[in-house]
Design a binder for this molecule. Structure first.
Ligand SMILES: [Zn+2]
Length: 212
């Protein structure tokens, strides 16, 4: 699916905004995407407008749906701008205006600090508009990550992969690649197949993947 097909609808008042932080959107972000192999995303591929900074942070999020990506992007922004955000904890606008910093080495700080604080705060607080694709709203509440296998309900398929890989000393990435090819519903076969290649070389494994 191309970015064009998966682009969500954008309300008029948000037409130039990043879905994550409301800054001007110079880029876009699609999820799921190639850089993070995902097996159990329960919504169709969604593309949202994004500023470059949020798009870069979003690409690094190892999560399973776009709302979890949003959480990770907010964590990133809070971490990156924690000094700016702390200004609002340490000062009020009036205190800063009357701080006596003008004219000295801190006059630049005084001029820009409150503005920087407000920009950072607004970005972190912004909540993206509802995601609508082809006229259908993608329901956030219906998204469940859990994966049940062999009577165990895992928070997600990732925990199942980790658990089995650890237990059977499997190559977790190889197992993930097999699952991506044959589908998570064939988890048992994937584990069995993976066990046949314990100790195999990367070349043997990539051949095995091709043979599937
Ligand atoms: Zn942004």
């Amino acid at each position: 699916m191309s970015e064009h097909d998966s682009f969500v609808e954008i309300p008029f008042e948000n037409r130039h905004q990043c879905w994550f932080c409301a800054e001007p959107a110079a880029s876009y972000f699609s999820f799921p995407h190639q850089q993070h192999l995902i097996l159990d995303c329960q919504h169709p591929t969604l593309t949202v407008p994004s500023c470059s900074e949020c798009a870069n942070a979003a690409l690094k999020a190892k999560v399973r749906n776009i709302w979890q990506v949003e959480q990770q992007v907010k964590k990133f922004l809070m971490q990156k701008y924690k000094k700016d955000l702390a200004i609002g904890l340490n000062w009020t606008r009036e205190e800063l205006a009357n701080s006596g910093f003008e004219g000295g080495s801190f006059s630049g700080f005084q001029r820009s600090a409150w503005f920087m604080y407000e920009v950072a705060k607004d970005r972190v607080n912004f909540s993206g508009w509802p995601l609508v694709l082809d006229g259908v709203e993608i329901e956030k509440d219906n998204i469940s990550d859990s994966f049940t296998f062999d009577g165990v309900c895992y928070p997600s398929i990732e925990e199942a992969i980790e658990s089995y890989s650890e237990n059977f000393r499997l190559d977790a990435m190889f197992l993930r690649q097999i699952l991506a090819k044959i589908g998570p519903e064939k988890f048992a076969q994937a584990v069995r197949y993976c066990r046949l290649y314990i100790g195999a070389t990367p070349l043997e494994k990539s051949r095995a993947l091709r043979d599937l």
